[in-house]
Design a binder for this molecule. Structure first.
Ligand SMILES: Nc1ncnc2c1ncn2[C@@H]1O[C@H](COP(=O)(O)OP(=O)(O)OP(=O)(O)O)[C@@H](O)[C@H]1O
Length: 245
């Protein structure tokens, strides 16, 4: 197996002086979608923010790309992003007073943005290019948020709960777009909808109480009702249509 693209060793993180990630250790393989799972409030978002340096963190975070290894824990967020790490935050951060087209343009990091790729993934965004982002529906804002990340050629994509609160039809569209993106870039995905996890994820990491309690193939976890119940607090048989953890 090739080296993982991201190795996290003993990551701890604090928010407002409070420990929210204790001692997290995991690898993200260089291909496929790795699902970061766990019950509400266990520290999934904080782990991603710790990797990106968006919150105070300690521990080793190593990013391997282009034959070299870079310690992300020594870098500020803007430098981390410049390495080609795309981030789609949980709360769909878009500039509400700017149009869809302006939002996308501002996200472009290189002289070679993948505008056609994003337009093919989200034709609705093309149709709404002059609409103010603040007037989009939640689903459309999520697509814009994804589009803002996917317009760049990323080496790794960190995506936090992209289907949260969306109608089933939009969940399918977002999942399809992520599946398309995942063909070209490894993804670390926080996702509570286990049907989406089943559709997309190759590997899984489960966090509990600020620590990793399980890693392994996603299918193995999803097929184990005991683990699903123990780690995610739902019944295994509910990992089908529309189920959420
Ligand atoms: N800004 C903040 N101030 C204080 N505590 C916070 C803040 N943000 C998060 N926390 C706390 O840190 C812990 C971890 O939160 P985090 O959002 O990382 O969990 P999560 O696993 O992503 O949860 P969810 O699945 O509900 O999004 C929680 O107990 C949460 O209440």
């Amino acid at each position: 197996m090739s080296d993982p693209i991201l190795s996290v060793r003993g990551l701890s993180a604090r928010i407002a002086g409070q420990q929210v990630v204790e001692d997290v250790t995991f690898d993200v393989p260089a291909t496929g979608v790795t699902a970061l799972l766990g019950r509400n409030g266990v520290g999934k978002t904080s782990t991603i923010k710790g990797v990106l340096g968006l919150i105070e963190r300690r521990g080793e975070v190593t990013f391997r790309a282009g034959g070299s290894a870079v310690r992300l824990d020594r870098l500020r967020t803007h430098r981390i992003v410049q390495l080609g790490i795309g981030y789609v935050p949980e709360d769909r951060e878009v500039f509400s007073k700017l149009t869809v087209a302006e939002n996308l343009r501002l996200a472009e990091r290189s002289s070679d943005p993948r505008r056609e790729f994003v337009a093919e993934l989200f034709p609705d965004l093309v149709a709404r290019s002059n609409q103010l982002a603040g007037t989009l529906s939640g689903g459309q804002q999520q697509m814009l948020s994804l589009g803002r990340a996917l317009i760049n050629t990323n080496t790794l994509l960190l995506v936090d709960e992209p289907t949260k609160g969306l109608a089933p039809i939009i969940v399918s569209e977002v999942a399809a777009a992520l599946a398309e993106a995942a063909k070209t870039v490894p993804v670390l995905l926080v996702e509570q909808n286990l049907q989406v996890v089943r559709q997309l994820a190759t590997d899984s990491i489960v966090i509990e109480g600020g620590r990793v309690v399980h890693t392994g193939p996603a299918a193995q976890l999803l097929d184990d009702e005991d683990m699903i119940r123990r780690f995610l607090g739902v019944h295994g048989e509910t990992t089908g249509a529309g189920a959420t953890a």
